[in-house]
Write a protein that binds this ligand. Structure first.
Ligand code: FES
Ligand code: FES
Length: 164
């Protein structure tokens, strides 16, 4: 008996993408990086502990290493690559650079996605809310002070541009 190659479709960054010849147990992180050419999401612990692989799944921030890609065929998936056009930075990315919140950078893509998610749902978080929202994103370089400063800078800049 011959097995037909598996194929399924995902919607990633607004585009339909075919995943060919896949093992159905592959994680979304693996499929994004190794099959769809989107290496922005990083694999570190691959156990849902570090947040390096954070993506948006139907608007929720999730660890892509814990999601089976084949189970996400009906979902709207957004990776760090999909937050902005290729040649521009989001205000969050720019603030990370300006505040020196990037050291080795391994945690950065996951944090960028998590910060976008936080500010979309809570545009003016308290310091405690920011810490709580980002508590699943581990920075091995321990640059938390500058990361929180970057979040504060984005909040201030957005408030300045759209005063209430
Ligand atoms: S690689 Fe997914 S949480 Fe660490
Ligand atoms: S900048 Fe190195 S892990 Fe965060």
């Amino acid at each position: 008996m011959t097995m037909e190659p598996e194929m399924y479709r995902l919607t990633v960054n607004g585009e339909p993408r075919e995943v060919q010849d896949a093992w159905l147990g592959e994680s979304l992180l693996y499929v994004l990086r190794e099959r769809l050419g989107l290496p922005g999401s990083k694999g570190a612990c691959e156990q849902g502990e570090c947040g390096s692989c954070t993506v948006l799944l139907d608007g929720a921030a999730v660890c892509a290493c814990l999601v089976m890609a084949a189970s996400a065929t009906d979902a709207d998936i957004v990776t760090v690559e999909g937050l902005t056009a290729e040649t521009t930075l989001t205000d969050v990315q720019a603030a990370f650079l300006d505040e020196g919140a990037v050291q080795c950078g391994f945690c950065t893509p996951g944090l960028i996605v998590a910060v976008h998610h936080l500010l979309e749902h809570n545009p003016e978080p308290t310091a405690l809310e920011t810490r709580e929202a980002l508590s699943g994103n581990i920075c091995r370089c321990t640059g938390y002070g500058r990361i929180f400063a970057a979040v504060d800078a984005v909040v201030a800049s957005r408030a300045e541009q759209s005063p209430r």
